[in-house]
Design a protein around this ligand. Structure first.
Ligand code: ADP
Ligand code: G3P
Length: 500
């Protein structure tokens, strides 16, 4: 009897393995952080071996911890940090460069050149991929590796190299090189995939100078991605579900109806709204993306991507040493007078949606002689809610308003922040019992593939509320707070970007 799904959640700062049972209950979890490398200003890299070893040991860890045999695992699901780019040798399996992480800004100049080379480029990319021109996405990272690792481009032209986002790399490793695949959600974040035709796009490959031979095969999010080599867990297990972590979280939050939205507060913050079978094109610099693809049928989403959420708390802890633990932020915020007037704009690596300004940098405004640790920490928490408000406003300008906002990620444990978020949005904020929704979504996608589950409505029924936060502020109060944020944003912007 196979009783479990093993879910891998490979995130930006840590890898997690979680065992779920048929009822979607979390049975065991193991997590391992790994080093971040910052070799140059704005560069962020991961060592592929660190990613692989942390995934392997956390998977082996949960199997041992829950004292099960690997033959009790029906399938494996993978949810992963998106856009992060790896290229390896097809024969040896050796990466030819460290992974270039989604946060990395080294290709900012390449992106500006692409924009100025031809005014049509931005529109072409937007029409085909739903994305903007930004170093965030994989395409310019791939080209950078091919141009900067000696001999790489020639090898790629000869078909000797393989590209993958983290999902593809893990599938390759787990199957011992037998499967070079990805799913439609991950492909949709490369800038090379046409989200309407669901094909790698020759025009985009030419524009970004990427040879087709290095690309993986794109499958549904629930599909047979290959069989895990028995050397890793002692059994052959099917990899049945794969999705980028934000897409997996939308799925794990059971946002299956158009209008339903989730917002994940981890390292960054990503708000995704299900738009159904319609790929809604934003006029306010939000992204159009594949929510998930099942049986060849695509469900689309509108996404707002914020680069700094939990990162801000980590910076307050590790950089400024104002706190010893992220949990302390809640008690400090509770002690802070509400009219403190401090705004912290965490544009550490520029601003993401809806501003998309890679050159903006962070700042703290409104300091007085009274300002202390608690005001700065509170302003850090509030910046997360203000940025979500920016996304809500952009969505409203695009004519959509989430019917429900379900939240997840490490930061949602903070009740003060969730209440402030609800007050700032003027909307209810719904927190589920399982906040490991990326892992849950990947497990459910895998479970659908192997018959563990048979319908989306069955999965909807498994979703359970922990707590609903309701807005308590009058509009005037909300506007006063938010206006101060918008003024602060205007002061840090460097480029010609959108204004809200
Ligand atoms: N109680 C809390 N209040 C505020 N932030 C928190 C709290 N607990 C955790 N965090 C922040 O949440 C982040 C971790 O969330 P997680 O979803 O695990 O991130 P990721 O998957 O991106 O690595 C960290 O940046 C941490 O600082
Ligand atoms: O690792 P996370 O959870 O911060 O997610 C990263 C995103 O997928 C980047 O697009």
């Amino acid at each position: 009897m196979t009783d479990y799904i093993l879910s891998i959640d490979q995130g930006t700062t840590s890898s997690r393995a979680i065992l779920f049972n048929r009822d979607g209950e979390l049975c065991a979890t193991s997590q391992q952080e790994f080093p971040q490398h910052f070799p140059n200003d704005g560069w962020v890299e991961h060592e592929p071996d660190d990613i692989w070893n942390s995934v392997l040991s956390t998977c082996q860890g949960v199997i041992k911890q829950h004292n099960i045999n690997a033959n009790q695992i029906a399938a494996i699901g993978i949810s992963n940090q998106r856009e992060t780019t790896m290229i390896w040798d097809r024969t040896t399996g050796e990466p030819i460069h460290r992974a270039i992480v989604w946060q990395d800004r080294r290709t900012a100049a390449t992106c500006s050149e692409l924009e100025s080379a031809d005014s049509k480029n931005e529109q072409t990319i937007k029409d085909k991929t739903g994305l903007l021109i930004d170093p965030y996405f994989s395409a310019t990272k791939i080209s950078w590796i091919l141009d900067n690792v000696p001999g790489a481009r020639e090898k790629a032209e000869r078909g000797e190299l393989a590209f993958g986002t983290v999902d593809t790399f893990l599938i390759w490793k787990l199957t011992n090189g037998a499967s070079h695949t990805t799913d439609a959600t991950n492909a949709a974040r490369t800038s090379l995939f046409n989200i309407h035709t669901q094909q790698w796009d020759d025009d985009l490959l030419a524009l970004f100078n990427v040879p087709k031979s290095i690309l993986p095969t794109v499958l549904d999010s629930s599909a047979n991605f290959g069989t895990v080599d028995p050397q890793w867990f002692g059994e052959s297990i099917c990899i049945g579900g794969v999705a980028g972590d934000q897409h997996a979280a939308l799925f794990g939050q059971a946002c299956f109806e158009a209008g339903m939205a989730k917002s994940t507060y981890g390292t960054g913050c990503f708000l995704m709204l299900n738009t159904g079978k319609k790929a809604l094109s934003s006029q306010n610099r939000l992204l159009t993306t594949v929510a998930y693809r099942l049986n060849g049928e695509v469900t689309y989403a509108l996404e707002g991507s914020i680069f700094a959420a939990g990162t801000t708390i980590q910076w307050l802890r590790d950089g400024l040493k104002l706190i010893g633990d992220a949990k302390e932020t809640e008690a400090l915020a509770l002690q802070t007078p509400s009219e403190h007037g401090v705004y912290l704009v965490p544009a550490f690596i520029g601003l993401g949606a809806p501003y998309w300004d890679p050159n903006a940098r962070g700042a703290i405004f409104g300091l007085t002689r009274d300002t202390g640790i608690k005001e700065i920490v509170t302003a850090g928490l509030q910046s997360v809610a203000y940025q979500t408000k920016d996304l809500q406003k952009a969505m409203e300008l695009d004519g959509v308003r989430p019917t429900a906002l379900r939240v997840d990620g490490g930061m949602v444990a903070n009740n003060w922040l969730m209440q402030f978020l609800s007050d700032m949005l003027g909307a209810t904020v719904d927190r589920p019992t399982i906040t490991e929704t990326s892992a849950l979504g990947a497990a459910q996608l895998a479970g659908l593939q192997v018959g563990f589950y048979d319908s989306l409505s069955q999965l909807s029924d498994l979703w359970q509320r922990d707590r609903l936060f309701e807005p308590s502020w009058a509009k005037e109060k909300r506007d006063t707070y938010y206006d101060g944020w918008l003024e602060s944003i205007e002061k840090v912007k460097q480029g010609e970007t959108s204004s809200l």
